[in-house]
Design a protein around this ligand. Structure first.
Ligand code: CMC
Length: 428
């Protein structure tokens, strides 16, 4: 009869230990009983980059990287992208179930009626230099909201948490749009409550002198689909940051600012910008084989290809490719698309990419769409942060309510100098 345990023999002592296997994992603290003497600290696991460490139990997002599967709360991403809206999906991600009609109405009402920023927040944003990067403004302004809503520190009060969730999901598009307008020297455009979540975002970004901004329905829907695809992606760098900072019981605004700071990094939220730069560098379809050669020799990486978890086609990339077709019918074809398609065609046939299981990821086509819609590359990480806000908040709330969670505090393997005496400066 097979047992759900693991037997470990310590060859230093010859002792054998049996540890429980639960959900395909052992508890790392079980290793601490493995020692060569009672004074010893006990064995630890060493895992830089957390390649094989589960930091939590979660019921939010499921990824099967080998089969290219992504579910939110059990629902396949393809079905949500086709049938849902971003706000409905955000509710699902946060509360675990699709909302009833009345729940959705209440949720939409609350989000729509928390979009306005306090005028002092606006003044704060005004204080940034004229060419401030919109992501720097976004991160700082989110952190500053903590000072406007001091009650948000009461993180174990369900009503307080709910209010901050409304505020954050409602205000991130406003902050993002104001950052963009500041950066482009345009006056801020205030929220329009008659419009949808993404329709209003487009209004705050692109409204000029017209009395009423009318978003193009195809672009509004395309952005909504992109937002659905980016709502959550389990324990990536920024989400783990949200959980880690939140585990110190920091308020949700400062925790979310930290998560957004992690997203800002080019290895995380900035890859689609790198894809655009790469496509521009390649310049034409004819230069693709030569570029592939450089990739295979290890000189450069094919940006937008490969993923730590997906060892198959990223399911989000497949949907984005379809969305791109719809967007380009409205905006005109992005000339870089032909280069991207040719790169993908050649890479998917080439043994270098096939044997390493390198497929297009979410970033391969998203930058092309954003560029065609008129977004400058500096806005790309901000466009990622808006929908990921719902995922960050869902993961933060799950962490707070999980009785097993404690303040995050990894261990280290100390390899530095042993004890030594202080040397006065003249003797060094
Ligand atoms: N182009 C060429 N070779 C690659 C690439 C690539 N894009 N990605 C991985 N490889 C090769 C790599 O050289 C290695 O080959 P070898 O075994 O011969 O040394 C092998 O594939 C495994 O690579 P790895 O670096 O061990 O894989 P990783 O899981 O640590 O890296 C990654 C994942 C996403 C950082 C990497 O694939 C990459 O740098 N991709 C390009 C950047 C990119 O598109 N990032 C967006 C990620 S999705 C957005 C998000 O979720 O934040």
């Amino acid at each position: 009869m097979p047992k759900d345990t693991l037997t470990i023999t310590d060859n230093r002592t010859g002792k054998t230990y049996e540890v429980a296997i639960e959900h395909g994992a052992i508890r790392a603290v079980e290793l601490r009983q493995i020692k060569t003497s009672p004074e010893e600290f006990g064995l630890m696991s060493y895992d830089p980059g957390y390649l094989n460490t589960a930091s939590c139990k979660s019921t939010i997002t499921f990824i099967d990287g080998d089969r290219g599967i992504l579910h939110y709360r059990g629902y396949p991403i393809e079905q949500l992208a086709e049938k849902s809206t971003y706000l409905e999906t955000a509710y699902l991600v946060l509360y675990g179930e699709l909302p009833t009609r009345s729940q959705l109405e209440e949720w939409t009402y609350q989000i729509t009626h928390h979009t306005i920023l306090n005028e002092n927040t606006k003044k704060l944003m005004d204080g940034f230099r004229y060419d401030a990067h919109p992501m720097g403004m976004f991160i700082s302004t989110i952190a500053a909201l903590s000072t406007f809503y001091p009650e948000s520190k009461d993180i174990f009060d369900e009503q307080v948490r709910r209010k901050q969730i409304y505020r954050l999901i409602a205000k991130v598009p406003t902050i993002a749009a104001f950052s963009y307008r500041h950066n482009t020297g345009m006056p801020y455009a205030y929220p329009d409550n008659d419009l949808s979540y993404t329709g209003n975002f487009l209004n705050m970004l692109f409204k000029r002198t017209e009395l009423k901004y009318k978003p193009h329905p195809v672009l509004e829907r395309a952005l909504d689909v992109l937002f659905i695809l980016h709502a959550d992606h389990e324990q990536n760098c920024s989400t783990s940051t949200m959980r880690l900072v939140g585990s110190a019981h920091t308020d949700p605004y400062c925790s979310l600012a930290a998560a957004a700071a992690a997203l800002y990094g080019p290895l995380h939220g900035g890859a689609n910008e790198a894809v655009l730069r790469m496509l521009a560098e390649i310049g034409s379809k004819d230069n693709v084989p030569a570029y592939i050669k450089r990739v295979k020799s290890g000189e450069v990486r094919l940006m937008g290809f490969g993923h730590r978890v997906y060892k198959n086609y990223d399911p989000r990339a497949r949907i984005i490719k379809q969305t791109a077709d719809a967007v380009f019918e409205v905006t005109g074809r992005n000339p870089l698309l032909d280069i991207a398609l040719e790169l993908e065609r050649i890479a998917l046939e080439d043994d270098y990419f096939v044997s390493r299981k390198l497929y297009p990821n979410v970033d391969f086509y998203s930058g092309l769409i954003y560029q065609a819609m008129g977004f400058p590359v500096e806005m790309f990480p901000v466009l990622f942060a808006i929908p990921r806000t719902s995922g960050w908040l869902a993961q933060w709330q799950e962490m707070l309510l999980d009785k097993e969670q404690k303040i995050g505090r990894p261990r280290q393997l100390y390899l530095g100098a042993g004890r030594r005496d202080y040397v006065p400066i003249e003797q060094r």
